[in-house]
Design a protein around this ligand. Sequence first.
Ligand SMILES: Nc1ncnc2c1ncn2[C@@H]1O[C@H](COP(=O)(O)OP(=O)(O)O)[C@@H](O)[C@H]1O
Ligand SMILES: [Mg+2]
Length: 271
Amino acid sequence: MAVAASAIAEGRHGSRVPSPALGVEFDQLADTVNQLAQRLEGVETTRRRMLADLAHEMRTPLATIDAHLEAIEDGVRELDDPTLDVLRGSTQRLGRLAQDVTAVSRAEEGQLQMALRPTDPATVVEIAALTARDGFDSKGVRLTTAAVDTPLVSADPERMAQVLGNLLDNALRHTPAGGTVSLTTSSPDSRWVEITVTDTGEGIAPEALTHVFDRFYRADPARTHDRGGSGIGLTISRALTEAHGGGIAARSPGRGAGATFVVRLPGLGTR
Ligand SMILES: Nc1ncnc2c1ncn2[C@@H]1O[C@H](COP(=O)(O)OP(=O)(O)O)[C@@H](O)[C@H]1O
Ligand SMILES: [Mg+2]
Protein backbone atom coordinates (compact mmCIF):
# COMPACT_ATOMS: atom_id res chain seq x y z
CA MET A 1 0.00 0.00 0.00
CA ALA A 2 2.85 2.34 0.87
CA VAL A 3 4.54 1.64 -2.45
CA ALA A 4 1.37 2.38 -4.44
CA ALA A 5 0.65 5.51 -2.38
CA SER A 6 4.12 6.93 -3.04
CA ALA A 7 3.80 6.12 -6.74
CA ILE A 8 0.61 8.23 -6.75
CA ALA A 9 2.34 10.98 -4.77
CA GLU A 10 5.09 11.03 -7.40
CA GLY A 11 2.53 11.73 -10.10
CA ARG A 12 1.86 8.25 -11.42
CA HIS A 13 -1.86 8.75 -10.98
CA GLY A 14 -2.69 5.56 -12.84
CA SER A 15 -1.31 3.50 -9.94
CA ARG A 16 -3.83 1.73 -7.75
CA VAL A 17 -3.56 0.24 -4.30
CA PRO A 18 -4.38 -3.50 -4.29
CA SER A 19 -6.72 -4.77 -1.62
CA PRO A 20 -4.49 -5.59 1.38
CA ALA A 21 -6.88 -8.38 2.50
CA LEU A 22 -6.51 -7.26 6.10
CA GLY A 23 -10.14 -6.61 6.87
CA VAL A 24 -12.80 -3.99 6.20
CA GLU A 25 -10.95 -0.92 7.49
CA PHE A 26 -7.85 -1.52 5.39
CA ASP A 27 -10.06 -2.12 2.36
CA GLN A 28 -11.77 1.21 2.98
CA LEU A 29 -8.41 2.94 3.24
CA ALA A 30 -7.34 1.33 -0.04
CA ASP A 31 -10.59 2.47 -1.68
CA THR A 32 -10.12 6.03 -0.46
CA VAL A 33 -6.55 6.16 -1.76
CA ASN A 34 -7.76 4.83 -5.12
CA GLN A 35 -10.52 7.41 -5.32
CA LEU A 36 -7.98 10.12 -4.59
CA ALA A 37 -5.74 8.79 -7.37
CA GLN A 38 -8.66 8.74 -9.76
CA ARG A 39 -9.57 12.34 -8.99
CA LEU A 40 -5.99 13.45 -9.45
CA GLU A 41 -5.94 11.64 -12.77
CA GLY A 42 -9.10 13.55 -13.79
CA VAL A 43 -7.69 16.93 -12.79
CA GLU A 44 -4.48 16.17 -14.62
CA THR A 45 -6.37 15.21 -17.78
CA THR A 46 -8.38 18.44 -17.66
CA ARG A 47 -5.24 20.48 -17.13
CA ARG A 48 -3.48 18.82 -20.05
CA ARG A 49 -6.51 19.30 -22.30
CA MET A 50 -6.78 22.94 -21.31
CA LEU A 51 -3.15 23.59 -22.20
CA ALA A 52 -3.55 21.74 -25.49
CA ASP A 53 -6.70 23.73 -26.28
CA LEU A 54 -4.99 26.97 -25.40
CA ALA A 55 -2.02 26.15 -27.64
CA HIS A 56 -4.46 25.22 -30.39
CA GLU A 57 -6.26 28.54 -30.02
CA MET A 58 -2.99 30.44 -30.28
CA ARG A 59 -1.75 28.54 -33.31
CA THR A 60 -4.15 29.95 -35.93
CA PRO A 61 -3.57 33.67 -35.30
CA LEU A 62 0.17 33.07 -34.92
CA ALA A 63 0.30 31.17 -38.22
CA THR A 64 -1.63 34.00 -39.89
CA ILE A 65 0.78 36.64 -38.60
CA ASP A 66 3.75 34.52 -39.63
CA ALA A 67 2.47 33.89 -43.13
CA HIS A 68 1.70 37.57 -43.71
CA LEU A 69 5.07 38.75 -42.41
CA GLU A 70 6.79 36.26 -44.67
CA ALA A 71 4.73 37.38 -47.67
CA ILE A 72 5.75 40.98 -46.95
CA GLU A 73 9.43 40.00 -46.69
CA ASP A 74 9.19 38.14 -49.99
CA GLY A 75 7.55 41.11 -51.64
CA VAL A 76 4.40 39.10 -52.42
CA ARG A 77 2.36 41.41 -50.25
CA GLU A 78 2.60 45.03 -49.30
CA LEU A 79 2.11 46.45 -45.87
CA ASP A 80 -1.13 48.06 -47.03
CA ASP A 81 -4.38 48.53 -45.17
CA PRO A 82 -5.87 45.08 -45.88
CA THR A 83 -2.66 43.42 -44.69
CA LEU A 84 -2.59 45.57 -41.57
CA ASP A 85 -6.21 44.64 -40.92
CA VAL A 86 -5.35 40.95 -41.05
CA LEU A 87 -2.34 41.41 -38.75
CA ARG A 88 -4.31 43.52 -36.31
CA GLY A 89 -7.19 41.03 -36.38
CA SER A 90 -4.81 38.26 -35.37
CA THR A 91 -3.15 40.18 -32.55
CA GLN A 92 -6.58 41.20 -31.31
CA ARG A 93 -7.65 37.61 -31.27
CA LEU A 94 -4.59 36.69 -29.20
CA GLY A 95 -5.30 39.59 -26.88
CA ARG A 96 -8.88 38.51 -26.42
CA LEU A 97 -7.76 34.98 -25.70
CA ALA A 98 -5.38 36.23 -23.00
CA GLN A 99 -8.17 38.34 -21.49
CA ASP A 100 -10.62 35.46 -21.58
CA VAL A 101 -8.20 33.06 -19.93
CA THR A 102 -7.48 35.59 -17.18
CA ALA A 103 -11.17 36.32 -16.68
CA VAL A 104 -12.17 32.69 -16.51
CA SER A 105 -9.51 31.73 -14.01
CA ARG A 106 -10.33 34.74 -11.84
CA ALA A 107 -14.02 33.98 -12.02
CA GLU A 108 -13.52 30.32 -11.20
CA GLU A 109 -11.27 31.12 -8.27
CA GLY A 110 -13.96 33.46 -7.00
CA GLN A 111 -11.62 36.43 -7.07
CA LEU A 112 -13.87 38.74 -9.01
CA GLN A 113 -14.46 42.13 -7.52
CA MET A 114 -18.19 42.49 -7.61
CA ALA A 115 -19.91 45.79 -7.00
CA LEU A 116 -23.39 44.52 -6.14
CA ARG A 117 -26.20 47.04 -5.86
CA PRO A 118 -29.97 47.07 -6.31
CA THR A 119 -30.42 46.99 -10.07
CA ASP A 120 -33.41 47.05 -12.38
CA PRO A 121 -33.13 44.11 -14.81
CA ALA A 122 -35.08 46.13 -17.38
CA THR A 123 -32.32 48.76 -17.45
CA VAL A 124 -29.63 46.11 -17.85
CA VAL A 125 -31.59 44.60 -20.73
CA GLU A 126 -32.15 47.95 -22.47
CA ILE A 127 -28.46 48.86 -22.26
CA ALA A 128 -27.39 45.44 -23.53
CA ALA A 129 -29.77 45.73 -26.47
CA LEU A 130 -28.57 49.25 -27.27
CA THR A 131 -24.96 48.10 -27.23
CA ALA A 132 -25.62 45.12 -29.48
CA ARG A 133 -28.01 46.90 -31.88
CA ASP A 134 -25.50 47.87 -34.60
CA GLY A 135 -24.20 44.33 -35.02
CA PHE A 136 -27.74 43.00 -35.41
CA ASP A 137 -28.70 45.70 -37.90
CA SER A 138 -25.71 45.05 -40.10
CA LYS A 139 -26.33 41.30 -40.18
CA GLY A 140 -30.08 41.70 -40.73
CA VAL A 141 -31.16 39.89 -37.57
CA ARG A 142 -34.04 41.38 -35.62
CA LEU A 143 -33.44 42.16 -31.95
CA THR A 144 -36.52 42.58 -29.77
CA THR A 145 -36.77 43.33 -26.07
CA ALA A 146 -39.67 42.79 -23.70
CA ALA A 147 -38.77 43.86 -20.20
CA VAL A 148 -41.67 43.63 -17.76
CA ASP A 149 -41.75 45.00 -14.23
CA THR A 150 -39.83 42.60 -12.04
CA PRO A 151 -38.31 42.90 -8.57
CA LEU A 152 -34.92 44.60 -8.50
CA VAL A 153 -31.94 42.28 -8.34
CA SER A 154 -28.72 42.52 -6.42
CA ALA A 155 -26.24 42.78 -9.28
CA ASP A 156 -23.11 44.36 -10.62
CA PRO A 157 -24.51 46.05 -13.75
CA GLU A 158 -21.17 45.92 -15.58
CA ARG A 159 -20.79 42.19 -15.01
CA MET A 160 -24.36 41.61 -16.08
CA ALA A 161 -23.70 43.65 -19.21
CA GLN A 162 -20.77 41.33 -19.90
CA VAL A 163 -22.97 38.24 -19.48
CA LEU A 164 -25.74 39.57 -21.73
CA GLY A 165 -23.15 40.81 -24.21
CA ASN A 166 -21.77 37.25 -24.45
CA LEU A 167 -25.23 35.74 -24.88
CA LEU A 168 -26.26 38.27 -27.53
CA ASP A 169 -22.97 37.84 -29.33
CA ASN A 170 -23.55 34.07 -29.45
CA ALA A 171 -27.18 34.42 -30.50
CA LEU A 172 -26.21 36.77 -33.31
CA ARG A 173 -23.37 34.55 -34.44
CA HIS A 174 -25.58 31.47 -34.62
CA THR A 175 -28.63 33.08 -36.19
CA PRO A 176 -28.78 33.61 -39.96
CA ALA A 177 -30.03 36.85 -41.52
CA GLY A 178 -33.79 37.18 -41.30
CA GLY A 179 -33.89 35.53 -37.87
CA THR A 180 -34.91 37.03 -34.56
CA VAL A 181 -33.29 37.26 -31.16
CA SER A 182 -35.43 38.30 -28.23
CA LEU A 183 -34.34 39.53 -24.87
CA THR A 184 -36.96 39.29 -22.12
CA THR A 185 -37.25 39.58 -18.37
CA SER A 186 -39.65 37.72 -16.15
CA SER A 187 -40.11 36.84 -12.53
CA PRO A 188 -41.38 33.32 -11.88
CA ASP A 189 -41.79 34.30 -8.22
CA SER A 190 -40.63 37.26 -6.17
CA ARG A 191 -37.43 35.46 -5.17
CA TRP A 192 -36.08 35.08 -8.68
CA VAL A 193 -35.75 37.18 -11.78
CA GLU A 194 -34.96 35.62 -15.13
CA ILE A 195 -33.39 37.28 -18.14
CA THR A 196 -33.88 35.20 -21.25
CA VAL A 197 -32.12 35.36 -24.61
CA THR A 198 -33.91 33.34 -27.28
CA ASP A 199 -32.85 33.00 -30.89
CA THR A 200 -34.32 31.38 -33.98
CA GLY A 201 -30.93 30.18 -35.20
CA GLU A 202 -28.94 26.97 -35.59
CA GLY A 203 -29.88 25.51 -32.24
CA ILE A 204 -27.78 23.13 -30.20
CA ALA A 205 -27.74 19.33 -30.43
CA PRO A 206 -28.75 17.55 -27.19
CA GLU A 207 -25.28 16.01 -26.71
CA ALA A 208 -23.66 19.45 -27.05
CA LEU A 209 -26.10 21.11 -24.67
CA THR A 210 -24.43 19.70 -21.57
CA HIS A 211 -21.02 20.95 -22.69
CA VAL A 212 -21.60 24.51 -23.89
CA PHE A 213 -20.52 25.92 -20.53
CA ASP A 214 -17.26 23.96 -20.52
CA ARG A 215 -14.03 25.84 -21.04
CA PHE A 216 -12.98 26.16 -24.70
CA TYR A 217 -15.95 24.07 -25.79
CA ARG A 218 -17.34 24.81 -29.24
CA ALA A 219 -20.09 22.65 -30.63
CA ASP A 220 -18.59 22.67 -34.07
CA PRO A 221 -14.93 23.71 -33.93
CA ALA A 222 -14.30 23.37 -37.67
CA ARG A 223 -17.15 25.62 -38.63
CA THR A 224 -17.00 28.12 -35.80
CA HIS A 225 -13.26 28.59 -35.93
CA ASP A 226 -13.26 31.46 -38.37
CA ARG A 227 -16.00 33.14 -36.47
CA GLY A 228 -13.69 34.30 -33.75
CA GLY A 229 -14.92 32.66 -30.56
CA SER A 230 -12.56 30.88 -28.21
CA GLY A 231 -15.27 28.79 -26.57
CA ILE A 232 -14.90 30.53 -23.25
CA GLY A 233 -17.68 33.13 -23.26
CA LEU A 234 -20.26 30.86 -21.65
CA THR A 235 -17.77 29.62 -19.06
CA ILE A 236 -17.21 33.22 -17.98
CA SER A 237 -20.94 33.97 -18.10
CA ARG A 238 -21.69 31.05 -15.85
CA ALA A 239 -18.98 31.98 -13.35
CA LEU A 240 -20.26 35.58 -13.30
CA THR A 241 -23.90 34.65 -12.72
CA GLU A 242 -22.92 32.17 -10.03
CA ALA A 243 -20.91 34.91 -8.35
CA HIS A 244 -24.23 36.81 -8.17
CA GLY A 245 -25.81 33.86 -6.36
CA GLY A 246 -27.69 32.96 -9.51
CA GLY A 247 -27.31 30.53 -12.36
CA ILE A 248 -27.52 30.10 -16.10
CA ALA A 249 -29.07 27.38 -18.22
CA ALA A 250 -29.19 26.48 -21.90
CA ARG A 251 -32.12 24.94 -23.76
CA SER A 252 -32.65 23.97 -27.34
CA PRO A 253 -35.12 21.68 -29.05
CA GLY A 254 -32.21 20.57 -31.28
CA ARG A 255 -30.23 21.46 -34.41
CA GLY A 256 -31.97 24.07 -36.53
CA ALA A 257 -34.55 24.85 -33.87
CA GLY A 258 -33.06 27.86 -32.09
CA ALA A 259 -31.60 28.17 -28.61
CA THR A 260 -32.59 29.78 -25.32
CA PHE A 261 -30.32 30.90 -22.52
CA VAL A 262 -31.83 31.78 -19.16
CA VAL A 263 -29.96 33.85 -16.58
CA ARG A 264 -31.47 33.55 -13.11
CA LEU A 265 -30.73 36.15 -10.45
CA PRO A 266 -31.94 36.43 -6.88
CA GLY A 267 -34.65 39.10 -6.65
CA LEU A 268 -34.82 41.67 -3.87
CA GLY A 269 -38.50 41.01 -3.15
CA THR A 270 -41.42 43.14 -4.29
CA ARG A 271 -40.89 46.82 -4.94
N1 LIG B 1 -27.17 30.85 -29.33
C1 LIG B 1 -26.48 29.76 -29.69
N2 LIG B 1 -26.89 28.95 -30.70
C2 LIG B 1 -26.20 27.85 -31.05
N3 LIG B 1 -25.05 27.45 -30.46
C3 LIG B 1 -24.59 28.20 -29.44
C4 LIG B 1 -25.25 29.39 -29.00
N4 LIG B 1 -24.56 29.92 -27.98
C5 LIG B 1 -23.50 29.11 -27.79
N5 LIG B 1 -23.51 28.08 -28.67
C6 LIG B 1 -22.51 26.98 -28.75
O1 LIG B 1 -21.79 26.95 -27.53
C7 LIG B 1 -20.40 27.08 -27.79
C8 LIG B 1 -19.73 27.80 -26.65
O2 LIG B 1 -20.11 29.17 -26.60
P1 LIG B 1 -19.09 30.23 -26.02
O3 LIG B 1 -18.59 29.71 -24.72
O4 LIG B 1 -19.73 31.57 -26.03
O5 LIG B 1 -17.88 30.16 -27.02
P2 LIG B 1 -17.63 30.86 -28.44
O6 LIG B 1 -18.74 31.84 -28.66
O7 LIG B 1 -16.33 31.50 -28.24
O8 LIG B 1 -17.60 29.75 -29.43
C9 LIG B 1 -20.33 27.80 -29.12
O9 LIG B 1 -19.15 27.51 -29.80
C10 LIG B 1 -21.52 27.23 -29.85
O10 LIG B 1 -21.19 25.99 -30.41
MG1 LIG C 1 -19.38 33.22 -27.31
